[in-house]
Write a protein that binds this ligand. Sequence first.
Ligand code: HEC
Length: 176
Amino acid sequence: MFMPKRRVLIALAFGSLFSATLAAQETPHLGKAISEEQLQGWDLIISPDGEGLPSGNGTAAQGKEIYEQQCAACHGLEGQGGAGVPGLVGGSTKSRPALLTVGSYWPYTSTLYDYVRRAMPPTAPKSLSDTQVYQIVAYILHLNGLVDEDVVLDSVSLPRIEMPNHAGFIDRSQVQ
Ligand code: HEC
């Protein structure tokens, strides 16, 4: 088809403007890059060997009151759970149906610390201090009969507590 030279140039100019607009749309330009400092508030991963556990410590005796104030309304005074809320105590992986709780199922105490600090109570996640989390974790472990009420849990002693189901998982992380 015949097109005068000028029109071809105009068509090309529009074409490149159009693709430039498309390229700009690929990034929505929302938000801003997170700083190292802000990242520290999110990068809270704790490994089973205890790496990443913060300083501070607590006992079950200290945790009882705060558990009763902040957790019992949903999880029950004895950690038995409630409507739509999982129990934290007792249960069994072998019953049918299996009743999976922190006590019967979770293989490491580090997960309990990590999860509570990160997510609970659901109405105010990350509102508990590191010390309060040690205290509550100690209390939940105590309700499960895993520590006495005066045992001090910290970054060294907490990962040493062997959970009942610690051998109940197959580690396939190294499988090629
Ligand atoms: C408003 C009700 C509510 C309160 C208060 C609450 N929880 Fe929870 N909690 C839940 C619900 C619902 C879940 C299940 C969340 C899911 O599976 O995604 C849960 C899950 C958990 C779990 C994981 C259990 C499992 O086996 O998966 C733990 C541990 C836990 N909560 C601890 C606590 C502690 C400690 C407190 C107090 C600091 C607390 N929760 C306060 C509702 C609550």
